[in-house]
Design a protein around this ligand. Structure first.
Ligand SMILES: NC(=O)c1ccc[n+]([C@@H]2O[C@H](COP(=O)([O-])OP(=O)(O)OC[C@H]3O[C@@H](n4cnc5c(N)ncnc54)[C@H](O)[C@@H]3O)[C@@H](O)[C@H]2O)c1
Length: 341
């Protein structure tokens, strides 16, 4: 995608005509990332700070942002820059898309997850009523600027969080480069500056073919039917789980379903699961006994219709099938087998 640029943030220039610039940060990206932006940009900008964390991806934060834009008389030629992870990107992109019926915005992702996933694909939104991304827009940024050096201040748990989506891309992609690299080595030793463009390429190609998620974009949901249910249950119980951690457990369970429903190789499935368990340490004890509640969340997932539980599953590596229906018994069996680490 031509509007995705890589480079050093020191040299970053805005090449768009705008009447004012508003930079959205959260409390952590204000501290770690904002000082890395060139002074010529920050000096003329209105800085808007939102509290960090998913619990602040809300209508209250959106209202605060709309009001701060309005207090500075931002007009329809105003530009918003979202400097942060997926939370800032989703929230800022949503506010930009709705303020005065839409102003332009730029994504500068600062977490691995946002570099390889959330900044690509135009989805923006907020959580409402305890439901993630219940309200949102497809709203493309005018530019995504990626500098992997922002990751230097990111805690290793957050790096592993982003790797979950890299693993997913490597499994659903037809091309083998990523897959060949990723399952051989120790996770944290990878050269991220090489892996990030590969992942963006994979996600961009899928999004370009089906921007509104009518069919093949659903492949990106591999691991996510179960993963989102775990995420919802964790949110309800106040358990500290990151999106990528939910998805990594979701992928192990959905690999099991892939074997049962579509004949995905047992050998490869076991190899991947062993590798995941060696590289991730996730406290999943709390999930013991939660299979029925997870099933409830899956049936009520906003992507499902008529209470059917649908999955994107793998026939083989690089061959993903969307809308595969699984019955409750099979889902419960797979959950019980893999729910504990
Ligand atoms: N739009 C999409 O297509 C899409 C896809 C996947 C996920 N998401 C959304 O993305 C969000 C998760 O994104 P995330 O994992 O980036 O979380 P996040 O934005 O909450 O960032 C994680 C933590 O890292 C901190 N942080 C960010 N950059 C930092 C840096 N460079 N140094 C130090 N700390 C830094 C943040 O303040 C936060 O505490 C969720 O809201 C999820 O719904 C959206």
């Amino acid at each position: 995608m031509s509007f995705i640029k890589y480079g050093s943030i020191n040299e970053y220039k805005i090449e768009f005509d705008c009447s004012s610039i508003h930079i959205l940060v959260d409390s952590n990206t204000k501290k770690h990332c904002l000082p890395k932006l060139p002074a010529r940009l920050t000096e003329q900008a209105n800085i808007i700070v939102v509290k960090s964390g998913e619990m602040h991806k809300t209508i209250d934060s959106a209202k605060m942002i709309w009001e701060k834009l309005s207090n500075k008389n931002a007009d329809r030629k105003a530009l918003m820059i979202c400097l942060g992870g997926g939370m800032v990107g989703d929230l800022g992109g949503f506010c930009a898309g709705t303020y005065k019926r839409g102003i332009k915005y730029i994504q500068i992702p600062t977490t691995l997850l946002s570099m390889v996933d959330s900044s690509i694909g135009n989805k923006t939104g907020i959580d409402v009523n305890g439901i993630k991304n219940l309200v949102g827009l497809f709203n493309p940024p005018i530019e995504v600027f990626i500098d992997h050096r922002f990751l230097m201040t990111l805690p290793s748990r957050q790096i592993l969080n982003g790797y979950a989506e890299i693993i997913k891309h490597s499994l659903i992609a037809k091309e083998d480069t990523l897959f060949d690299q990723i399952f051989e080595k120790d996770l944290l030793k990878y050269k991220l500056e090489k892996l990030i463009p590969l992942n963006i390429e994979i996600k961009s190609q899928i999004v370009e073919k089906d921007p509104l998620e009518q069919n093949s974009r659903k492949w990106l949901n591999f691991g996510h039917t179960v993963g989102h249910a775990i995420e919802a249950q964790a949110m309800q119980k106040g358990i500290d789980m990151l999106h990528g951690e939910d998805i990594i457990i979701g992928m192990m369970i959905e690999l099991e379903l892939s074997t049962e429903k579509l004949g995905f190789s047992k050998e490869l499935r076991n190899k991947i699961i062993v590798w995941i368990k060696e590289n991730y340490r996730i406290d999943s004890e709390w999930l013991d006994g939660e299979a029925k509640s997870l099933l409830f969340f899956m049936k009520n997932d906003k992507k499902n219709c008529e209470k059917r539980t649908l999955f994107s599953l793998l026939k083989s590596k690089g061959d993903c099938i969307e809308n595969v229906e699984c019955d409750d018994k099979l889902i419960i069996q797979a959950l019980q087998r893999h729910i504990k680490w």
